[in-house]
Structure formats: C-alpha cells, structure tokens
Design a protein around this ligand. Structure first.
Ligand code: MRU
Length: 342
C-alpha cells in the first residue's frame, strides 16, 4: 500500500518527507531510512503539526519493523519518538497505539497496518472537521488564522485551514489574514505557500498587527488549530494564539479552534497541566532557516522561547472536532470528558 500527502510519501520500499524548514524557497523531499532520522526531523520541525508528527512517527516505526527490528527495539524506538516533542498529544496517542500493537500482537503486518490506519484515519478526520466547520464561514468573510494547520500539518486537508479550504471550494468568496507566526514563521512560510497553491485570497501580516486589524473591523472570524485540548476546553497551540484569542474576545470576533479527537487529552483536566515545549534561544535572537540565518540580538542575550501557549476555554466560541461542533455550554457540561480516565 502506498500513502501520499503533500508532506509525506510512504511505501514499503521508500519513505520520504517534505522538509518543511526549506519551504517556501525549495521543495526538497528527504529520504527517511531509520527512526533516528525521523526523531531528528521531528525535533528540527522538518515534519511538524500535531497530527502529522503522530502519523510520521507511526510510519517510521512501521519502516523499522519491516527492516526487521526486534520487538524490544521497536518498543524502545516508540518511546524515543514519543519523547521527540512534548506538547502535541497526537504524537503520544499515536505512539501509545503503536506500542500496544507491538507489545500485545507483535507481527510486522499488524505494526505496518496500524501505522497505515493512523495515516488514513487522519485524512478522514480532517475531512470531517472541514465538513463540520465549513458552514461557519459565510460568503464575504474575512478570516484570520495563526501558524500552519493545513495539509503540511496533517495527512489530509488540515484542521483550521481545511475548514477555510472547504468553504473556498464551496464557492464562498473569502479572504484570509495569515499571521506570520514568530519565531519560526509557519504562517509566512507555510500557510502562505499552501494558500497560494490553492488560489485562496490572502494577506500576510506580522503577529503584532492582528489586534489592530480587529479594531478596524477587518477580521470577522478566527480559526486556529491545536496541539492539545484539555477536557475543560482549554487548549495549547502555537505561541501567539492566546493573544489573538484575547483580542478577538475584546472585539467580539468569533474564535474557533479546530482539531481531531487525537488532539484531545482525556488525562488532562485543564490547560495548566499541558506541558509547553521550550526551544533554543537562536530562534528568538533572529531567524535561522535552511537558506539563511540572521541574528539581530546581541550575542548571548537571555531569551524565553515557549513554542506554545494555552488559550482558556472561556475565550473560545466553538470547538470544531471531527465528531461535531461544540459550544461553550456543551464543553462546560463535560462533553470532552466522556471516556476520561480522570
Ligand atoms: O511547532 P509546530 O509548527 O509543530 O506547531 C504547529 C501548531 O501549533 C499547529 O497550529 C497545530 O499543531 C495544529 S496543526 C493541524
């Protein structure tokens, strides 16, 4: 079975990722030959986006199983992949599922089939999110989004960007304001790249322009993705999301978060328990990409570089999940807690 998305190509003979650190300047497909390379790719954000890192890590384990890795080694590799990034719970969910298969019914075919299922299920989950969210967007809407939540972040059409894409495909005339998304520029480099390919009208802004645009009445809806949703509806997403939510609340702009159930952490009662990844100072001192590096801060300047922030549930208008659209009332009644182990 061959699997293909805009950022992953997998077959039993060959596994490749689109190196997202090189976008939009170069479209370079990197061959993945072992789990160590995949861990490096996840840490370096060559492969990124909460759903995609779960899918990619699972396929990396499938490749390892096919190359003859023993059960003990696969379990160890699943643990190393699990720890590659701390915030996106999709990675942990995918590794827990793979670990259970490796531990309980260890067969190469089953390991491969499970990884393939994780990929195809994600395609389906994205599709459902797009369907559940598309009617929130009306003809003439001006939508702001943060980070990259499209095909580059999932195996399918994406989450927040998938909804925007589906509304555009319905023929609605929409305009998208793209937050550049400091420090790694997932908006400026990746979302702009995707929207350009999809012919969706957009305007790129720096992150500190979003509140000003809202004050001018130029944004009437906001859609973002998530790396982890707590059962009370608080959620973590790319740093800067919380500021967007605060400005949206003040200006009464509807603010939606879109994600598959693999992003919901049933063991996490609130945003306070979500682990936040801290990254290297170089990313704040300037910009370090595959093509260029420029530092504007004095060498050695102390930095603070959390990759994510937490948006409290009371700032969210609606949660667009694959199971449906949830309101604040439904979330406060505990709809996300069903099946919770807490
Ligand atoms: O650090 P990244 O680029 O992996 O962060 C990605 C995000 O914050 C996305 O918004 C999130 O993973 C949702 S992707 C569908």
């Amino acid at each position: 079975m061959k699997l293909e998305s805009i950022s992953l190509r997998w077959s039993p003979e060959r596994f490749e990722i689109l190196d997202q650190t090189q976008l939009p300047t170069r479209e370079v497909w990197e061959k993945i030959e072992n789990v160590e390379q995949m861990i490096e790719a996840i840490k370096a954000l060559k492969v990124r986006g909460a759903p995609l890192i779960g899918v990619a890590a699972a396929l990396s384990l499938a490749q390892s199983a096919q190359k003859g890795s023993a059960q003990q080694l696969l379990l160890q590799q699943a643990k190393q992949l699990y720890e590659a990034r701390p915030t996106a719970v999709n990675l942990m969910n995918a590794m827990d599922r793979m670990t259970a298969i490796i531990q309980n019914i260890f067969s190469i075919d089953e390991v491969v089939r499970t990884a393939q299922n994780i990929f195809t299920e994600d395609v389906d989950l994205c599709d459902r999110i797009a369907e559940n969210g598309k009617n929130l967007i009306q003809d003439g809407d001006s939508i702001l989004t943060h980070c990259n939540t499209g095909g580059l972040a999932t195996a399918g059409v994406g989450t927040a960007l998938g909804i925007i894409r589906r509304a555009h495909e319905q023929g609605k005339k929409i305009h998208v304001y793209v937050d550049e998304t400091r420090p790694l520029l997932q908006g400026g480099r990746l979302t702009a790249w995707e929207l350009q390919k999809l012919n969706i009208p957009m305007t790129l802004i720096t992150d500190n322009m979003a509140a000003h645009l809202m004050s001018l009445g130029k944004v009437n809806k906001i859609f973002v993705g998530s790396d982890r949703i707590a059962t009370n509806g608080d959620f973590a997403n790319k740093i800067g999301t919380y500021g967007v939510a605060l400005a949206a609340h003040y200006h009464k702009v509807p603010f939606y978060v879109a994600a598959p159930f693999t992003t919901v952490d049933l063991d996490c009662p609130s945003g306070a328990q979500i682990p936040i990844e801290q990254r290297a100072p170089e990313e704040v001192w300037g910009f370090k990409g595959s093509q260029a590096e420029v530092f504007w801060a004095p060498q050695g300047t102390p930095t603070y570089n959390p990759a994510f922030d937490v948006t409290p549930h009371n700032l969210v208008t609606g949660w667009v999940l694959d199971q449906g659209l949830y309101t604040q009332k439904e979330i406060s009644e505990g709809i996300l807690k069903r099946g919770s182990k807490c």
